[in-house]
Design a protein around this ligand. Structure first.
Ligand SMILES: [Zn+2]
Ligand SMILES: [Zn+2]
Length: 324
């Protein structure tokens, strides 16, 4: 059927339709739809008969595979999952998975079946790594579910309870980490404090080292990891620790030039405290720049030094940040 006739007859039969889109002249509607990426058109296609006919005739018909790349497919699934509180998008197998109650950042007890037997540390640019728990960060699904529950206004009691559990601060108890006898008796503790601010997931992790038997040296901290860009033996990390030890217990602030990470170090031979603030961005896929920049070198996100901390604390901070 001719689209203009179809839409006109729809508008005539339902003059009081609540859909603002369907009240528009078809030419304007086509202009709007023309601006949408393929995965959005596919979602529009599923909404109602008039929009199905329009998107099919003008945009989808004869185009072959609409979702050509993994990124397109994940964006499409992410659109669908926005209104499905009990599902999350798995980048590993490109499917929607049902949530599991015990799967929250505090437990690390659950791994999706599709990740069984895989080596999570194999390749940091692997999509699988970007999907999973890595470093001292929550998994992508935890971030996305937290943002979704915060956005949805009509969630049920059990989903509100789940949101509380997703946002719960969590701690990993004292443990000793040593690689030679000089490093024995240094206790390590990690704590994590997630938040949602202005639709963005922001995260504070606090890493504490206590020299219970031995003192803490720069050498001991050489394997530390702040983010993908400031970690293990890299010169920028060594320099930050050198400065912090020289500053004798003062808290020094630093910022990563490649992702949304700010951090501070307070260091003495007896106690080292590293606070890391990370802005993991809004709802989206593993390909979104804020998330991707945390895991690989394909994308860099520059941010104003101190902005991740400012967003987390919701306070102005006037400290000087050294950009690494
Ligand atoms: Zn999966
Ligand atoms: Zn970084």
């Amino acid at each position: 059927m001719n689209i203009i006739k179809l839409l006109s007859s729809f508008q005539r039969l339902r003059p009081h339709t609540r859909s603002y889109l369907l009240r528009l002249p078809v030419e304007i509607l086509l202009e709007i739809l023309n601006l949408l990426p393929p995965h959005c058109l596919l979602v529009i296609y599923q909404t109602c008969r008039p929009l199905r006919a329009i998107t099919h005739q003008y945009f989808l018909s004869g185009r072959g595979e609409i979702l050509a790349t993994l990124e397109d497919k994940l964006r499409y699934l992410t659109c669908l999952a926005r209104s499905l509180p009990d599902y999350w998008v798995c980048a590993r197998c490109c499917k929607l998975h049902k949530i599991v109650w015990r799967d929250v950042p505090a437990t690390h007890l659950y791994n999706p079946e599709c990740e069984y037997g895989s080596d999570l540390w194999r390749d940091p640019e692997d999509i699988q790594i970007r999907n999973s728990f890595a470093l001292n960060m929550p998994a992508h699904r935890h971030v996305q579910l937290t943002l979704k529950y915060t956005r949805l206004r009509t969630i049920k009691w059990r989903q509100r309870r789940r949101l509380q559990r997703l946002l719960e601060p969590h701690y990993f108890p004292d443990k000793e980490r040593f690689y030679n006898h000089k490093e024995e008796g240094i206790l390590e503790q990690s704590s994590f404090y997630p938040k949602v601010i202005d639709g963005r997931y922001v995260h504070l992790s606090v890493q504490t080292y206590l020299g219970a038997q031995n003192t803490i040296s720069r050498q001991f901290l050489r394997r530390e990891r702040i983010c993908h860009h400031i970690r293990d033996y890299k010169t920028n990390l060594t320099m930050a620790f050198d400065m912090a030890f020289s500053a004798k217990d003062s808290q020094l602030f630093f910022s990563c030039s490649s992702c949304g990470t700010d951090f501070s170090i307070q260091a003495s031979p007896e106690l080292v405290i590293i606070c890391t603030w990370q802005d993991l961005g809004p709802e989206g896929t593993v390909f979104d720049p804020e998330w991707e920049s945390m895991f690989c070198d394909l994308t860099r996100v520059s941010h104003q030094p101190g902005n991740a901390r400012k967003l987390y604390d919701q306070l102005e901070n006037n400290e000087d940040y050294l950009v690494l």
